[in-house]
Each structure stands twice: as C-alpha cells, then as structure tokens.
Design a protein around this ligand. Sequence first.
Ligand SMILES: [Zn+2]
Length: 302
Amino acid sequence: MPKAALLERIKRGMFLLDGAMGTQLIARGVDVGTCNDYLNVSSPGIVCDVHRDYVQAGSDAVITNTFGANEYALARHGLGEQVADINKAAAQIARRAATEQRYVLGDIGPSGDFLEPLGRLKADELRDAFARQAESLLAGGADGLLIETMTALDEVTIAVEAAKSAGSGLPVLASMSFDKVGDSFKTMMGVGLEDAAAKLVSLGVEAVGFNCGTATLDEYVALAEKLVSAVSKLSDEVIVFAEPNAGKPQQVEDEVLYKVSPEEFAEAAEKIHNAGVSVIGGCCGTSPGHIEAVAKRIRKTA
Ligand SMILES: [Zn+2]
C-alpha cells in the first residue's frame, strides 16, 4: 500500500518522531564541538546509523541532522557557503534510513542571533536564508518541514513564512522552547504560550508544538495540557506536537546531563498523549531507548 501523505498520516493519530541526534553522534565517536551538520557531507554513514536506530526503535519519522544548517549557524564554522549541499545531503541520508515506509522531516533551527534592533539580523536576509535551507531539504526528499527550538516570535514568523513559500503545500510543523515561569510557560524571549499558539496558528502551520526547555517531566505534561487547550480554542485542524527533553537538565561538573530513564520518559509521554497530543518525540537527552519505550507504552493502547 502506498504511504499516505504526511499530513493525512499525522491526522490519523499517534505519530512517533525521533529523539536527540547530538548525543547519539558523540556516542559514535564524533568529537564534542564538531559541526554536526557538516557530518551529512563528511560522514553520512554515521548520521544514517543514528536515523536507522530511531527507525528500528519505532519512529514514524526521522528528523534531518540540520538543526544548525542555516547560513548563519554554518558561517560560525566557516561553512556558510554550503547550505544547499549540507541540507540536501541530510535529507537524502534521512530518506535512505527512513525508506519509503517512514517519513522525513527537514529540521530548521534558530539562526542563533536576533533580528534588528535587538540583534544584527535583517528580516529579508533571514527570510532568504530560511527559504534556501527549506528548499534544499525538500530537494533532498523531505516530506515536510519542522521548525524547532524557537524562542522569538519575529524569528519563528519569518521561518514559517519562508518554509511555507518553499514548501508548495507540504506540511510545516513549528515548535518553540518554553520554560516554566510562575504559573505559566514562556520562552527565553518572554513569549507566552497563548501568544505563540495564536501567532503560529494564524501563520497557517499544520502543527504547533513545544520542544527542549528546562522543565521537569511533570511540567511538560502541564505544558502539553495548556498548549492543547490554547490551540483547540483557535482551530479544529491544527495538530499539537511535543518533543520534551528527558527531564530537567542537571549540571554535573562541566557536563549537562539528562537523567530520566526510558520508562519514566514513556510514562510522561503517555500522559502527554492522553492530554490530546498525538505527535510525540524527544529532544535533548533522549535516545532510541526512550523512543522505543514510548512506542511500546503508547502503541499498545493506540
Ligand atoms: Zn533539546
């Protein structure tokens, strides 16, 4: 049977994304501080192995290794000219691992700078940069685009507009990183959850989500409930997705560790699922083991 289009499949319910990429690359011998995005060109086999482990664990979609593959982030490694090659290669590698049975989401992360007047970014240039990344990911065979770890409303707006313009109708999923602030959740740039949901829904994204952040698992469950409530007031169509970290980051000597076990993570994922979130993956600290535990726990009831 031919694979359903990505949006149709997501709407059918329980769709499992993958987990962290960086830590899995380090586990395969990649040095800390390496430009992970360049590995798509220099060591495609290692990247493909990580994707394959997630497919094996039960991910319905793998996310390309392109978190920092926009022109601005690559320029910090002297690779600003290689946006097209790196993103296209990344999507092809993910496609190879996913085969035609699973899906590939092209990953777009933040630029790492701020728009004027706070920072040096010019809106038109940022838009062009995100559009070039999106076009290259789609040229390599991505089924849709995932914009993630955004904290500023102006930057995520431009990223979504650029992805939409490049995507010829393919789904765009957009998520921001929220932290617990008092009784509510806000991004590092002070964007509240309701404002973020309203903006992203108005931009026409197919799914609104959260990823990364500094919350505990219980707080991620509360965040999921709040986001579902906010989005459902705005639209019957827009899907909510969640990619929590493996709990709150803990500083141990000079390392940041995530100590949540696959079982604890799966327990929280089930609560997030019960809150009305049908697209779930993991951010920092999650491994194929975490994704496998979620698959086992949620699929048996789905
Ligand atoms: Zn993360």
